[in-house]
Design a protein around this ligand. Structure first.
Ligand SMILES: O=C(O)CCC(=O)C(=O)O
Ligand SMILES: [Fe+2]
Length: 319
């Protein structure tokens, strides 16, 4: 048996932590070898079609929201969000008592618009209601957000719509998520913003700008080109966007975002239903996953197993 001290340890070095704190992101980091990621994705993409145990119903392919939290029914994704390559690293940034509270797929196919520039702190932007709330008594800014680990399941290039980040922008919010946005499915793929085709899945993120006349400084954008199996780890309140897909049909990009918070954060406080992106889901079967450490707060409903019985055994990160 392998003891904890013999396990591989992927925690970031103090220099890497300092870089993350300065830039609001760090990457690329390797989670899987490209071949292994491709092998896994080939299995996962078939399993995604079987929704028999998915915790949210199908929305007729309308919105991505029905593919939230597929780690709760697809065991390769369950394993993904628990990977030491991810959990150790995130733990070294925000502490070892960690919840994965959300996973999402972000596909870009030929001709798709890029994702609008945005910062998310509470994730109230679409519902009008905060989805995560940090305790207010720790001297942290109110706009701290979640740590997102965005893993490239396919190549992610400037042609097929890679993620872009603006270093150092996590220390102030350009958007007010409580303003609310209007959903318009007909606007998808229709708009150019400063000469770049972009949108926010049926919303216009510019409507949340604190200053309607402000524009993101595109010259600060860093394109996060990733191989399959590489990830970028970022604060959700770091300015991020993605490029439009201007590449070929076969070269789609698939990102899988897993979002982490420490156990003291309240997830979906007082919320039973989410309505966003033109769709609604009920949280009846929802549970956050304790990926490492202990939950000493008990704020949140915890999923101990996946819908298929995969056991979420929290990692005890070696020091
Ligand atoms: O993949 C994208 O285009 C956007 C991803 C994103 O906004 C996120 O992971 O928070
Ligand atoms: Fe985002």
């Amino acid at each position: 048996m392998t003891t904890v001290s013999e396990q591989a340890n992927f925690t970031f070095s103090p220099e890497e932590v300092a870089r993350f704190e300065r830039d609001g992101y760090i990457g690329p980091v390797k989670i899987f070898e490209p071949e292994e990621m491709t092998r896994r994705w080939n299995i996962i993409r078939r399993q995604l079609l079987d929704r028999s145990l998915a915790i949210y119903p199908d929305s007729n392919g309308k919105a991505n929201i029905s593919n939230y939290d597929r780690h709760l029914d697809i065991d390769l994704l369950a394993e993904h969000i628990m990977r030491p390559e991810i959990v150790d690293r995130v733990g070294s940034l925000i502490g070892r008592n960690l919840l994965c509270w959300r996973s999402e797929f972000f596909p870009k196919y030929q001709g798709d618009e890029g994702t609008d520039w945005h910062q998310a702190a509470t994730f109230a932007h679409a519902t009008g209601k905060p989805q995560i709330i940090w305790p207010s008594d720790e001297g942290r800014p109110a706009f701290i957000g979640t740590i997102t680990v965005w893993t490239a399941f396919t190549h992610s290039t400037e042609q097929n719509g890679c993620l872009q980040l603006m270093p150092g922008t996590h220390t102030s919010m350009n958007y007010d998520e409580s303003k609310g946005m209007d959903y318009d499915a007909d606007a998808i793929n229709q708009r150019e913003k400063d000469g770049i085709k972009r949108g926010f899945f049926g919303y216009d993120y510019r409507s949340l700008q604190k200053d309607p006349d402000w524009k993101p400084d595109e010259s600060q954008a860093y394109p996060m080109v990733l191989k399959p199996g590489e990830a970028v780890i970022f604060w959700s309140n770091t300015m991020h966007a993605s490029l439009p897909h201007t590449g070929s049909k076969t070269d789609y990009r698939m990102g899988f975002a897993a979002r982490y918070v420490p156990t003291q954060v309240q997830v979906y406080p007082g919320t039973e239903n989410l309505t966003e992106y033109g769709d609604g889901i009920n949280l009846e079967k929802y549970g956050a996953v304790l990926t490492s450490g202990v939950d000493e707060y008990g704020h949140n409903r915890i999923a101990r197993t996946s819908q298929r019985g995969y056991e979420f055994v929290p990692r005890q990160i070696p020091s």
